[in-house]
Every structure is written in C-alpha cells, then in structure tokens.
Design a protein around this ligand. Structure first.
Ligand SMILES: [Zn+2]
Ligand SMILES: [Zn+2]
Length: 254
C-alpha cells in the first residue's frame, strides 16, 4: 500500500504539518492536515477518514474536508471513530455552533448528505471497501483509539497520540503481515514528566513500547514537537533497534 504522510508533527509552522495520513489516495487517518495539502480533486477521492481523537491537531482540516465535499459531486465522506470519540466530535465540533452538522444537510449536487458518521465498537473489525478497520483504545488524556488497517493482504497500525499502552500491541502482534506501525514520540527524554503527564511518549518510553511489539516491521515515531525534532530523532536512533524510525512527511511504499 501507499502511505502519503501529509503531516507528521505535533505542532505546525510553515514547514511542519499536523497529523494527517492518506492510504492509497482514498483512506485517511486523522485530519490535522488534509485540505491544506490536497487539491479539491484529491479531496474528492477521499472516501473515508478515521479520527483517533478530537484534539484540534488531529481534526483541524476535518470541518473543511466535509464542507468541500458538500459542494462536490462525489460520494459521501464516511467518518469513522470509536463510539466515544464520535460522541465527543458531534457534541463539541459538529454541533451547529463550531460547525454545522453536515450529516443532516442535503447537498444540492448529490441530493444526499455529504458526510456519514460511523461510530465503531473498539476491538470489532469493520469492513469498508474490502478494507478491515479495527479501532483499539489507547491511553491519552481524553478518549482515544488507534486503528489497525488491513488492506490487500497487508496491515498497518496507527496509534494516534498515546502514552504507554498495551491492547493495540496485542492486537497488532496477532494481525497477519503488518508492514508498518505508526506511533508517536512527542517530547525528548529530558521532558519525560511532561510526556507522562500529558499521556504521550518520549524516545525512552517509545523504546519500552517497542519491546511489546513482536512484529518485524518499521515502527515510526510521529507527532514530534517542532523545537525538539532533532533531539528526538537522535534519541530514537540511540535506541539501537533497527525497526525504530522517525516518520517523515513523504510518500512511503509499503
Ligand atoms: Zn496530537
Ligand atoms: Zn492528543
């Protein structure tokens, strides 16, 4: 599968972008960066987006993706998230105040709503276009779930933001042909207490998580905070595990 990393940072400036991934041009994971890096036509090809949690850096472009879809002659966008995360999104974002609830508005072009919400039961695989999506809860400050994507005989795990966790590793270890794991390392090792307090990982705790992962695939650290990106990168390298990598904003072929 092709993984286009549109945003691989936990902060943004002119050269660094918020979390946003696109698989084979039609399935997105998180929406910190989607519309801001994709043409109108590329956005219309996105059929579904999985949202890990409602923190602003993971949903910044979602209202705009939905709004654009409303004026495109394209199939509805399906938004996947765990039940709890979906509830937070509809209560706090698509609530008619921060943004309209486009699932209730009829698009003049398609005569149908531009968005469909699909809340998921954690741990239960859902099929969409012959792709398996399994939401698995992780440990963050607010309800959050990563996702295991199974497509064309390959699998990739995205944790989204998380502190030390276990369930998603157990599920990943049992999933056939995992070709990549995308998790995080937000803060450098000398900010371990901040990482712990905010339920994020540092390279040290990323290293502890690596020990729980038995699959032989690259494990990428995303969501680096901009001022510390070089420190985090060298600390990841110092783990001396050949699977450990930092995620870059580029296209990967897996
Ligand atoms: Zn984040
Ligand atoms: Zn977060």
């Amino acid at each position: 599968m092709r993984l286009k990393v549109l945003g691989a940072y936990g902060a943004s400036d002119a050269e660094h972008n918020l979390t946003g991934y696109l698989i084979d041009d039609w399935l997105a994971v998180d929406a910190g960066t989607l519309t801001s890096k994709l043409s109108f036509a590329q956005q219309a090809r996105i059929q579904a987006v999985f949202i890990t949690h409602p923190h602003a850096d993971h949903i910044r472009d979602l209202p705009h993706l939905i709004h654009n879809r409303f004026s495109q002659n394209a199939a509805a966008l399906t938004v996947f998230a765990s039940k709890e995360v979906m509830q937070l999104l509809t209560d706090n974002v698509f609530n008619g105040i921060v943004w309209p609830d486009f699932s209730k508005l009829i698009s003049p072009l398609t005569k149908a709503p531009a968005v469909i919400y699909r809340p998921m039961a954690p741990g239960k695989k859902v099929m969409f276009n012959e792709v398996g999506l399994t939401a698995v809860n992780v440990h963050h400050q607010i309800p959050a779930a990563g996702v295991i994507v199974e497509m064309n005989g390959q699998a990739i795990t995205f944790t989204g933001d998380t502190g030390p966790t276990s369930e998603i590793w157990k599920r990943t270890n049992k999933t056939p042909n995992v070709v990549a794991v995308v998790t995080e390392a937000s803060f450098p090792n000398d900010q371990q207490s901040l990482a712990d307090e905010t339920a994020h990982l540092s390279p040290n705790t990323f290293g502890d998580e690596l020990k729980k992962i038995t699959v032989d695939a690259p494990v990428y650290a995303s969501h680096r905070k901009i001022p510390f990106e070089r420190d985090i990168e060298s600390q990841i390298r110092n783990l001396r595990d050949r699977r450990a990598r930092v995620l870059l904003e580029k296209n990967y072929t897996l």
